[in-house]
Each structure stands twice: as C-alpha cells, then as structure tokens.
Design a protein around this ligand. Structure first.
Ligand code: F6P
Length: 313
C-alpha cells in the first residue's frame, strides 16, 4: 500500500450503515437490524442447549422447550416490541399471530430454526425471514419487500435483500454484523447440485434432469439443511438446489411461505431464478400457511433446464 493511500480493507461497513448507504427505507432498516440481532440470542440458545434439541429434560428434570420453539419465542417477542410489525406467521405456529397494535406496516414470516434436527451433528442451521408490506396471503411478488436469513455455522452470517441486491454480513467478535460480500451475483451456470428427496421417488422428468446434470459433471453438495445448502450456492456463485415433487407427494417437502419465498427473493436479487418447475416461486398464490411446493432454485441455466425436462421437451 503506497504512502498516503488509505487501506480501505481496514474499514468495515456494518449492517446499519450499509442499509443506510443502500437507501433502504428507515423503518425497514430498523426492522431488519432488529431481526438480525435476534440471531445473537438464538445462537446463544443453541450453545446453551449443548446440541440437544427436542423436548429434553434439563439436569433438574424440568421439561425444556425444543430449540426451534425457543427461537420462535425470541423472534415473536422481539417483533411484538419492534413497533413495526402487525402480524407474525411462523413455521412453529398454526395460525398468524397479531403482534402489533393496528397501524404497524410489516407482516413477517419466519422459519425460526430451519434444519434444527441437524443440531446434534453440528452441521449448520439457520433462521429464514420474509418481510411483507401486505397480507402474506398474496403472491410474494406482490407483498414482499425484503428477505433475510442467518446461518449458524462456524461463523454466524446473515444475508439480506431489501430489493437492492443481496448482501452478506458476518457477525464479528464485537457483536456487530460486518459487510463481507456486497451485491452477490450468481453466474449463469454453476457446477454444484443439491438434490432433495429419494431417488426412487423422483418423477421421470426429474430423474432425466438429474441424469443430464450428472453427465455435465455437476458435483453433489447436500447437507440436509436448506439454509447452508442455499448459502453454498450463493457464496460459490452458482449451481442448483432442488426439492422436487415426488411420486407420492407432488408438492414436495419445503414450505412456500417460510422457506421458499424468502430464498427466492434473495436468489432473484442475486441474478438467479427460483421456480416450482413451471412458475416462479414468487408468482405463486399463497392459500395457506403450510403450503408446500416443489423447488428449483439457483443459477438461471440450471433452473431453465429443469423447466425443459419437467415439461418433457
Ligand atoms: O424443511 C426442513 C429441512 O430440514 C430443510 O432445511 C432441508 O432442505 C430439508 O428439510 C431436508 O429434507 P430431507 O431430510 O428429506 O433431505
């Protein structure tokens, strides 16, 4: 570094500053920041749990709440006190919870701890959030204004998009989310694939699609956690994640509101695509909270190719 030239690598941009510089609207900035901070509390609970997750008893014999339920409570409490959220819909609850007083402007969907069954194996897990400006019973394209997810892995990272690109932050030792990857952009074609569902349950079209990817030399990357699997595609700048419709469950496994819409929003903002094999995930009408649908999400080329195979062309 020459004399007199500042070493900009020594300067960090924290989440609040980034959103401000990116022109994200004030209330949305504050909301995203508040949600990001819940990641610290959820991560503390994961550590405290010592990798146990389901309704276990503590050393005194008392029932302990499962980690995903605790994460849900942390989020709900935070959002109820945020002043910005009218309704909260969580993968952990049967109905939409009104958490606001009446004039708040945002509607939140949450998968508080996705992949929580992986806690005992010490694989990465995550929190997925959709932020809507209108009722969630619409299409994502119409109602969503932002999305984010937090990955609890060797590092805690967070990706958000408020419709101006997708950006990654790392939680540093001081407890600050610091910008690590700005405006992530997927290549048109990647080289990894992440394939959900049992091979014997795949439809003919999907099987042929995977055979095509095999022949092209795609490398398998599947952890069983939606958050780290999508995160890998984003950070490696391409590839495809699928959880297809299966022979006896044509809607697949993953949930439209809690898992697919937020990831579709972030992926599209990174220049990728997300479809159910025919339609964009964000154009699908939400009818009910636990609605599931097949998903093909990632680089444009692979998602378009899936469409071809699924339509039999
Ligand atoms: O929906 C929960 C989830 O654990 C996702 O995080 C993940 O992508 C998927 O299920 C894994 O499903 P399977 O165990 O069938 O591979």
């Amino acid at each position: 570094m020459g004399e007199g030239i500042a070493d900009y690598t020594k300067f960090t941009v924290d989440l609040r500053r980034h959103m401000w510089m990116a022109g994200v609207e004030k209330d949305l900035r504050r909301l995203i920041w508040q949600i990001a901070t819940t990641g610290k509390y959820i991560s503390a609970k994961i550590h405290e749990s010592n990798r146990k997750m389901v309704g276990v008893k503590n050393i005194y014999g008392d029932d302990q709440l499962a980690l995903d339920k605790i994460s849900d409570q942390i989020l709900q409490n935070k959002l109820a006190n945020s002043g910005f959220v009218l309704e909260y819909a969580s993968e952990e609850q049967d109905s939409v919870i009104k958490v606001g007083k009446g004039d708040e402007k945002y509607f939140i969907t949450a998968d508080p701890l996705d992949g929580s069954s992986l806690v005992d194996t010490n694989l990465a897990i995550g929190t997925i959030i959709g932020i809507h400006r209108e009722s969630i019973f619409s299409t994502g394209r119409h109602s969503m204004v932002a999305a984010m997810y937090i990955t609890y892995g060797p590092l805690i990272t967070m990706i958000y998009s408020a419709g101006k690109g997708s950006h990654e932050f790392v939680l540093d030792r001081e407890g600050e989310y610091v910008l690590s990857e700005e405006d992530i952009k997927l290549k048109d074609k990647g080289s990894i694939y992440s394939l959900g569902g049992l091979r014997r349950d795949w439809t003919e079209g999907h099987l042929k699609y995977v055979q095509y990817l095999d022949a092209e030399g795609y490398k398998l990357r599947y952890s069983g956690g939606f958050v780290p699997d999508i995160n890998q595609i984003l950070l490696k700048r391409g590839g495809i994640f699928t959880y297809p419709g299966l022979k006896d469950s044509p809607k697949g496994k993953l949930r439209l509101l809690f898992e697919l819409q937020p990831m579709a929003f972030i992926c599209e903002q990174a220049g990728g695509l997300a479809t159910d094999g025919v339609h964009d995930i964000l154009s699908l009408q939400v009818e009910k909270l636990d609605q599931r649908c097949p998903v093909y999400i990632g680089s444009r080329f692979e998602v378009e190719k899936a469409k071809e195979y699924l339509s039999g062309n």
